[in-house]
Design a protein around this ligand. Structure first.
Ligand SMILES: CC(C)(COP(=O)(O)OP(=O)(O)OC[C@H]1O[C@@H](n2cnc3c(N)ncnc32)[C@H](O)[C@@H]1OP(=O)(O)O)[C@@H](O)C(=O)NCCC(=O)NCCS
Length: 338
């Protein structure tokens, strides 16, 4: 039998730089409560959100991704032509095929890069980080551009009080490359398809387009629906356990952690996880949700960009990231900040 050669990769990988894109239009709670029966105070105290960004027509999935990616490349000191793999995590690219990653790679100048989309909702950035780390260590890739991007406003019922105030738009990117020092810890990830109904598109596209499927005899646009309270409980308690496992897998003790950036779903979930994990009181916590809402796959890189740009977090610090959302899916790992 022929003995095949196998690829060998780098000893370790690191995130080399982050970049983000925030849509121009700021939507505050005063505007939201013209559409749903709620109050500014309820939204602030129950979720932490004061304002969010909704994309305009020209701020497409592709445009936001390219803008975020250019910043990430600049900050990494990597040319687009050096990128050999592009992974885009999104659940709101409304073109079934081709993947948006291929055109993003071409437009950036990552000519010929392997490029594909993944659907891992709010865990997407952590899923993509795990894949990039593995590809680099296996020798499949050298420089991987990972992007979390959403236009959740396209799929949000602006009159649904369970979701209208939460979901938002934006893009966050990172360049992952080879490193002498391990800077991406082992991923702890999984899924629970038994709870798939908790956050989901309201109906399939064929049903949505079928006039006979609806009482008014009209086709309609499907929306995201969420049963928030069970998701809240699952995220607050089960995800703290996953986060603790990710720290353990990386050999990092809670008292050694410097930065904590969970998916920006709800400030109260962040608080519950912080408490359950017994993190030090001076750990820097990502709270980008206050001004950005829940941008799903984009939320973690956007929150990290905010902390780095504002000087609240610094290069080399130990940072725990954990994403969780529709699927249900989850993933967490410890990284060293670029
Ligand atoms: C959506 C969410 C903020 C709601 O908060 P909650 O504490 O669970 O609220 P509940 O659904 O239990 O409702 C509590 C009360 O507020 C009311 N309420 C619900 N939405 C409201 C709104 N937008 N404005 C005002 N009141 C509202 C309810 O009717 C209920 O009233 P009642 O006590 O009189 O019956 C919260 O469940 C959440 O953040 N869930 C997780 C989201 C998430 O993590 N998603 C995963 C990633 S995408």
């Amino acid at each position: 039998m022929t003995q095949l050669k196998v690829a060998t990769g780098a000893h370790a990988a690191a995130i080399l730089g982050f970049g983000g894109y925030r849509p121009r239009r700021v939507v505050d709670n005063a505007e939201i409560i013209t559409m749903i029966d709620s109050t500014d105070e309820w939204i602030r105290t129950r979720s932490g959100i004061i304002e969010r960004r909704w994309a305009s027509p020209d701020e497409t999935i592709s445009m936001m991704s390219i803008s975020a990616a250019r910043k990430a490349l600049d900050r990494s000191g990597i040319e687009a032509g050096q990128v050999d793999t592009v992974i885009v995590s999104t659940v709101t690219h409304l073109h079934q095929t081709p993947a948006v990653a291929t055109t993003i790679a071409s437009e950036l100048g990552a000519t010929g890069a392997a490029a594909f989309d993944i659907s891992a909702a709010c865990a997407g950035f952590c899923y993509a980080t795990a894949m990039a780390d593995s590809f680099i260590r296996s020798g499949a890739s050298k420089y991987v551009l990972i992007i979390g991007v959403e236009r959740l406003s396209d799929m949000t019922d602006k009159h649904d009080r369970s979701t209208a105030f939460i979901f938002a738009d934006g893009a966050g990117a990172a360049v992952v490359g080879p490193s002498d020092t391990p800077a991406v810890g082992p991923v702890v990830w999984g899924s629970d398809g038994d709870q798939a109904d908790l956050i989901a598109q309201s109906e399939s596209w064929p049903t949505a387009m079928d006039p006979d499927a609806h009482e008014d005899g009209q086709p309609r646009w499907p929306m995201l629906r969420m049963n928030g309270n069970p998701v809240f409980k699952w995220a607050s308690f089960t995800m703290a356990k996953t986060a603790a496992e990710a720290m353990d897998a990386a050999g990092v003790k809670p008292e050694d952690l410097e930065v904590f950036v969970p998916h920006q779903a709800n400030n109260r979930i962040t608080d519950a996880m912080f408490k359950a994990l017994k993190l030090p009181s001076d750990v820097v916590i990502g709270r980008d949700i206050i001004h950005s809402g829940n941008t799903s796959a984009a939320s973690i890189p956007l929150a990290i960009e905010t902390l780095l740009e504002s000087g609240q977090a610094h290069s080399g610090q130990t940072c725990l990231i954990i994403g969780f959302g529709a699927g249900l899916v989850y993933a967490g790992q410890v990284i060293l900040l670029p």
